[in-house]
Design a protein around this ligand. Structure first.
Ligand SMILES: Cc1cc2nc3c(=O)[nH]c(=O)nc-3n(C[C@H](O)[C@H](O)[C@H](O)COP(=O)(O)OP(=O)(O)OC[C@H]3O[C@@H](n4cnc5c(N)ncnc54)[C@H](O)[C@@H]3O)c2cc1C
Length: 540
């Protein structure tokens, strides 16, 4: 037995004794944490499923004792970027999905304090039960993905950026101490869950996209429900128009006519997202459609090379006025459709009555996607991971489950202007021609100035050459984008070394903070390029 194996075996024995055997996964179950949908793979020392703060503290102490890295995940559904795999081989994965308490909701101001394992669906159901005038903004990921893991990656929800809703974090540091950011530790503060900054330096941001601590709870703002709520779907006839659409969107956002994330997707994104939903909806109505028929229905119903989806919400007078302006602006590029939950319900009933089955199937298919706008999470977008390979898949709700379908994302950031979009089109089209691939692309407006491009590529996970080729394409694409000034807003676990520059003064400062807070480099070694230097926990 090698030294490393002995260390791991001793860690597992002591962890089982200290926590209870059921909290340390059997080897066969732990192996499922070593592969994922994005084609990354890692060797893992063990998986510990902690349920409370004292357990996390014990695991930290044991990792320090046995010189093992500890990689915390909330739900571990970071699909397309490494899922629940650690950055380095030989780490213990700390699975926090069992810490799933919603600790506090402020029914007046609309804030929520929750633990790492709390899922989008859990928050949705809880708020429904409490009948509050607030909802939590959701991502398009899945009902079972977490709020905190998404936040710590600075994820993008349907209407807002997660990080913009963040008020406060509670974090366990490597020595087991707990720090609460903002006013979290101020005695008698009535605003600790309302005001993010506290007094003096605000440390909240240093725990995002880093490895300085283990987040054990977060407080976020909920979104107030509005009197009127419209989703628009604007078709964009030709790719060459997208650059102008983006200029128009910037103006609409600057003028506050729009106050949402607008999702501008290409034809492939629309097809792989909607066609499997059409297939499923048809089954519900006893109709079997072929792939061609599903894709045909999607393309006939929403025409155009691209489409833009967004939300206008607020007081009904403002919404009416803003709708008019958006209709006029985006109507120049193609048809603009407007939907509300009520309109959708009425349209479905009408189709049912007059027997327009295909139209009814289409409306049924888009229903879960419209729910996003109002904070109703759905897992249906996950079907886009298998659709390029097959019509149906048994374990589709967990894309990491071994199957043919692989999926990887890269996410460069662009300034929100036509010249950047034209350059971006040039780069992606050149890659498509060179490598004979077709990217699914969504351009999400992140604020009034920046666009996040979500570029995904599917591949056959069973073929090692294809996995390698796809990774190479995505790395080259990211490099080419970075060379044009389009740096990524978020990275997959293989890309930190390349894109997190360790030679800037800023990164040296971050490394110094890491050394101060986690001198043995126990927590998530290598995440976003951060390590504690030579004293980093040794990988097995
Ligand atoms: C079809 C599809 C659609 C998607 N749509 C979106 C979308 O709309 N928006 C979006 O942002 N993403 C999206 N994703 C990507 C991803 O699935 C989500 O971001 C998801 O929320 C991340 O998984 P998670 O919440 O379980 O986080 P985790 O995987 O648990 O966490 C992510 C990372 O954060 C760190 N971390 C997690 N918890 C802790 C903790 N408690 N302490 C310290 N560090 C921690 C770890 O390094 C971990 O790897 C999508 C993916 C797919 C396949």
């Amino acid at each position: 037995m090698e030294v490393a194996d002995t260390r791991v075996a001793d860690f597992i024995t002591e962890a089982r004794n200290a926590l209870g055997a059921e909290f340390v996964l059997e080897k066969a179950l732990a192996q499922a944490f070593e592969q994922c949908v994005s084609g990354h793979s890692r060797r893992i020392a063990a998986v510990v499923q902690a349920r409370d703060i004292p357990q996390i503290r014990i695991v930290l102490q044991l990792c320090k004792k046995f010189e093992l890295g500890l990689y915390p995940v909330s739900q571990g559904k970071n699909w397309g970027m490494g899922s629940r795999l650690p950055v380095q081989n030989g780490c213990v994965v700390l699975d926090l999905s069992g810490m799933s308490k919603i600790a506090h909701i402020d029914p007046v101001f609309g804030t929520i304090t929750l633990e790492p394992g709390v899922t989008q669906q859990q928050v949705y159901e809880h708020l429904l039960q409490e009948n509050l005038p607030f909802y939590m903004d959701v991502t398009g990921s899945s009902r079972e993905s977490s709020v905190i893991g998404n936040l710590l990656e600075r994820g993008v929800a349907y209407n807002t950026l997660r990080v913009d809703q963040l008020v406060q974090l509670e974090v366990m540091l490597a020595d087991g101490s707990i720090v609460k950011t903002g006013f979290g530790e101020a005695p008698n503060s009535l605003v600790s869950h309302l005001y993010p900054h506290g007094l003096g330096p605000n440390l909240t941001g240093i725990f995002l996209q880093s490895n300085f601590g283990i987040v054990i709870s977060a407080t976020l703002t909920l979104l107030p429900k509005q009197e009127s709520h419209f989703v628009f779907i604007a078709n964009i006839r030709e790719t060459r128009m997208v650059a102008n659409v983006i200029d128009d969107l910037r103006l609409l956002l600057q003028q506050k006519i729009l106050d949402c994330v607008v999702h501008v997707g290409n034809h492939k994104r629309r097809e792989i997202t909607l066609a499997p939903l059409v297939f499923e909806a048809a089954k519900k109505y006893g109709v079997t459609l072929t792939r061609g028929e599903c894709e045909g229905l999607v393309n006939r119903t929403s025409r155009g090379d691209w489409s833009a989806v967004g939300v206008i919400a607020g007081n009904r007078h403002c919404v009416k006025a803003h709708k008019k302006i958006v209709q006029k602006t985006l109507g120049a590029y193609g048809k603009v459709g407007w939907l509300t939950a009520e309109k959708l319900r009425i349209a479905k009933n009408a189709m049912r009555l007059i027997g327009l089955k295909r139209q009814l199937i289409f409306l049924e298919a888009v229903t879960p996607l419209l729910g996003y706008a109002l904070g109703k999470p759905s897992s249906e977008a996950l079907r886009s991971a298998y659709w390029p390979f097959c019509n149906e898949q048994a374990n589709w709700q967990n894309p990491d489950f071994p199957s043919d379908g692989g999926l990887i994302f890269c996410t460069p950031l662009l300034p929100m202007c036509s010249s950047a979009i034209e350059k971006f089109h040039q780069i992606t089209q050149e890659f498509e021609r060179t490598y004979l691939v077709k990217f699914a692309i969504t351009l999400n407006t992140m604020n009034r100035s920046c666009i996040e491009a979500v570029i995904s590529l599917e591949f056959d996970r069973q073929n090692a050459d294809t996995v390698q080729r796809t990774k190479t394409i995505m790395t080259n694409l990211l490099e080419q984008c970075a060379a044009e000034g389009f740096l990524p807003y978020r990275l997959d676990i293989d890309s930190y070394r390349k894109f997190c520059n360790n030679h800037t003064e800023l990164s040296r400062t971050s490394q110094r903070i890491k050394q101060l807070l986690d001198p043995d480099g126990i927590i998530a070694p290598g995440r976003y390029g951060l390590s504690a230097g030579p004293r980093d926990a040794r990988a097995c």
